[in-house]
Write a protein that binds this ligand. Structure first.
Ligand SMILES: Cc1cc2nc3c(=O)[nH]c(=O)nc-3n(C[C@H](O)[C@H](O)[C@H](O)COP(=O)(O)OP(=O)(O)OC[C@H]3O[C@@H](n4cnc5c(N)ncnc54)[C@H](O)[C@@H]3O)c2cc1C
Length: 408
């Protein structure tokens, strides 16, 4: 008797729309860097992205703070990280935050310039397309099955780079993964608040002001709609939980806004002009690869023979980016490579690391760095006809140094 809880889909023929050397799934910072790097070593490269624009959290969730570029003395992050900044500066799209090199980007210029950079490098872009499953052949990843308005299609690739932020392809290819819940948030903007009128009211009626604020916060789960509110304990790979969390945050933000409009002088004309399309997920599913980078490795400044990204920032959990004086640590290439599945490299937020190291590795600068390393490795592997695990670390490091990547 067939189970009522499953359906058997009929076998079908799926059109192959492209055959490339490297296929990158996901167009966030990690995927952008990976596709650029793969194309620049000479690999025919394609990038698929589920939304219609590039940038991932930067552009889709308004995460515009690029932190940990330098340590106050040395510009630690170079390579594509530095190139992006140079690209954005002439358009007034870089706003320094401090004298350590941290800055904010203009997300719309970022979308435009990321797309220009990839097209100039010869990367074929396929937007509005979800990478749903790895195309498996003989136990190895040989491409990706995608779904879009065009239907279900296949893309063959010698190497696939999983830049989905949640290790979607690695997980579906059967790689062991680690998965912990983390905070999620809905990024939104509030405009039209007359701050002077609010301050004036607070000065004249402090008790009433406190009462109204307390009620507004209560209606929004403890935060004002102006600040990012967080929900903890969400499984970021579960669409049901994501749906509930996002709906709840949108509803509460508007409830609080409407209450303030009616009760707080200065908020009468306030509005939420945008809630951003990409739900803010801090950390989700991660690959468990040939090496699992630990928080201790980072804190202890561990360097590796197969180090492919050297960084100087440390962000163990909530709070400011810690810049331990002179701290340097490496991401080993093995943290990007699955234990047993071939044809796949993982970059960005979902590289192989423990939960606490993940808090540092998920920042944009490390994601750009692992993206550049993983894309270069994928390109070299595809061109040499070897599996990613067969890429010689010394050759990979030499290729990265030639791209002005900082390796010490
Ligand atoms: C609220 C919040 C605040 C943050 N603040 C900072 C900060 O101040 N500074 C900082 O450096 N970092 C910050 N971060 C972390 C940082 O923004 C992300 O961890 C980083 O952007 C991850 O990069 P990524 O490329 O791995 O993934 P993402 O940026 O998430 O990009 C992944 C891309 O892949 C696409 N995608 C996913 N799955 C698929 C699929 N199956 N097929 C096709 N496309 C797919 C997505 O649409 C997306 O474009 C913050 C994160 C959050 C949530």
């Amino acid at each position: 008797m067939p189970s009522p809880n499953v359906v058997h889909e009929p076998a079908r023929e799926t059109p192959v729309i492209a055959e490339v050397d490297v296929l990158v799934a996901g167009g966030g910072p990690a995927g952008i860097a990976a596709a650029l790097a793969a194309a620049r070593v000479g690999a025919r490269t394609m990038l698929v992205e589920r939304y219609g624009y590039l940038g991932g959290m930067i552009t889709g969730a308004y995460v515009i703070a690029i932190l940990g570029v330098g340590d106050g003395h040395v510009p630690v992050a170079r390579g594509i990280t530095a190139e992006l900044r140079r690209r954005l500066e002439p358009f007034g799209a870089v706003k320094p935050r401090n004298d350590s090199g941290d800055y904010d980007v203009d997300p719309e210029v970022f979308k435009w310039q990321a797309q220009e950079l990839l097209e100039e490098a010869g990367v074929r872009l396929r937007m509005h397309t979800l990478a749903c499953a790895p195309l498996m052949e003989g136990g190895r990843v040989a491409g990706v099955l995608v779904e879009s308005k065009s239907g279900r299609e296949a893309i063959r690739a010698k190497v696939v780079v999983d830049a989905s932020a949640d290790a979607d392809l690695a997980f579906r290819a059967g790689c062991p993964c680690d998965d912990q819940t983390h905070e999620v948030t809905l990024a939104l903007l509030v405009e039209g608040v007359d701050d002077e009128a609010v301050k004036d009211f607070q000065r004249r009626h402090p008790e009433e002001y406190d009462e109204i604020m307390a009620e507004a916060k209560r209606r929004n789960g403890g935060g004002l709609p102006r600040r990012n509110r967080l929900i903890k304990g969400i499984d970021c790979a579960d669409a049901e939980q994501l749906t509930r969390a996002e709906n709840e945050m949108r509803r509460d933000a508007f409830r609080s806004l409407m209450y303030l409009r009616q009760n707080m002088p200065g908020w009468e004309g306030a509005r939420i002009p945008v809630t951003f399309p990409q739900f803010g997920v801090r950390l989700g599913r991660r690959l468990r690869g040939l090496y699992v980078l630990t928080d201790e490795d980072i804190r202890g400044g561990r360097l590796f023979e197969d180090g492919v990204a050297r960084l100087g920032l440390y962000f163990p959990d909530w709070g400011p980016t810690y810049k331990l004086p002179g701290l340097r640590w490496d991401v080993p290439y093995r943290a990007l490579v699955p234990e047993s599945v071939d044809g796949l490299v993982v970059v960005g937020r979902c590289v192989s690391c423990d939960y606490f190291a993940g808090n540092t590795l998920r920042l944009i600068v490390p994601c750009l760095a692992t993206g550049q390393a993983g894309g270069t490795a994928a390109g070299l592997a595809a061109l040499a006809g070897v599996a990613p695990r067969g890429v010689d670390a010394a050759q990979l490091r030499a290729a990265l140094l030639a791209q002005d990547v900082y390796l010490g």
